[in-house]
Ligand binder design. Structure first.
Ligand code: A3P
Length: 321
């Protein structure tokens, strides 16, 4: 394995030198690989994940663009899958003491410093990633494991990312240079965004859901509009539908409450804890959790511009974002 790791490291450094490179939406350096933008360390991890991950049929893979509601999706799927072990009202529920990123890890982080990680957790494993489908390992594509994709309106993704960058980066990288919102927005419209363009990623999974029943396609806005309906879709997709008895007992409502923005963001571990994602405070994953907050920060012409970029891409696909 050592020789393999060494050879891969060398190959990766060579590849990295050859890739287009630019600063993205939050002014961090990104590399363009096969149409998507990555941090250097993320791309290296993604490639290791792509090469070495061995899927199991029972795996559940959550896929999102950054800032599209990943934290929420992780909590919902975890609570649905583990509901016979922990009811949503259980005082010992892991989501009361652990941030959702602690119970559902990112594959990009698992593979960051270890190309051959030890997956010891018992099935079903719930794992998350931000990568496009074509970058998922073959073993996922050929297995029966379930994929849940969550998208969000790109204007809200941009605004969420803008606040995230300004909140997190000055503390994390003291030499980080802020940029104007106009410049940041221009880059976002060009898709120069970590794991972006988010609309390309959404379109890929949208098309896939037709030929691959393993893919469930969700929207942040639909979760906000009727969480109970979407929780039923998630449970059915994962082969563990809510029984009539569970429905009568209010199990769906209890899970919705447990994972709601209001509840999760006020739990101590999510207010003051840190490290579920290295070097980040858990609170940075909770801001407003609303639909349409973009109106408070984008001008009408900015909104129109991004809408046009997205519409052009999604044209005739049946997908609206
Ligand atoms: P806002 O910045 O618009 O508030 P991610 O988890 O992919 O990083 O996305 C973060 C976004 O999801 C943030 O959006 C955050 O507030 C929102 N969010 C986090 N937990 C949520 C929840 N339980 N319900 C609704 N939105 C949530």
């Amino acid at each position: 394995q050592d020789a393999e790791v060494l050879a891969e490291n060398n190959d990766f450094q060579e590849l990295l030198q050859s890739l287009p490179f630019q600063r993205g939406t939050i002014n961090l350096p990104l590399h363009l690989y096969k149409g998507f933008w990555y941090f250097d360390h993320s791309l290296e991890a993604v490639m290791a994940f792509h090469r070495h991950f061995q899927a199991q049929d029972s795996d559940i893979i959550l896929v999102t663009a950054p800032k599209s509601g990943t934290t929420w999706l992780k909590s919902l799927v975890y609570a649905v899958v583990h509901r016979s072990q922990y009811t949503a009202t259980d005082q010992n529920h892991p989501l009361l003491t652990t941030n959702p990123h602690g119970v559902v890890p990112f594959l990009e982080l698992i593979y960051r410093n270890n190309k051959f990680p030890d997956f010891t957790s018992s099935p079903p494993r719930i794992l998350a990633t931000h990568v496009p489908y074509f970058m998922l390992p073959e073993s996922i594509k050929t297995s029966k494991c379930q994929i849940i994709y969550l998208c969000r309106n790109p204007k809200d993704i941009f605004v969420s990312m803008w606040h995230f960058g300004n909140n997190v980066l000055p503390k994390r990288y003291p030499s980080w240079q802020p940029i104007s919102i106009e410049e940041s927005f221009e880059r976002f419209c060009k898709g120069i965004e970590m794991f972006g363009p988010c609309w390309e990623q959404a379109l890929e999974y949208w098309k896939l859901r037709i030929e691959k029943p393993e893919v469930l396609f969700l929207k942040f806005e639909d979760l906000k509009a009727d969480i109970n309906v979407q929780l039923k879709r998630i449970a059915e997709h994962l082969g563990c539908p809510f029984s009539p008895e569970e429905e009568n007992r209010g199990v769906i409502e209890d899970i919705a409450h447990l994972c709601s923005f209001q509840h999760l963001s006020n739990i101590e571990v999510n207010k003051t804890g840190e490290g579920s994602i290295p070097q980040l405070e858990n609170s940075v994953f909770f801001r407003k959790g609303e639909v349409g907050d973009w109106v408070n920060i984008l001008t009408p012409s900015m909104a129109e511009k991004l809408d046009q970029v997205v519409e052009q891409k999604l044209h005739n696909s049946g997908l609206t974002l």
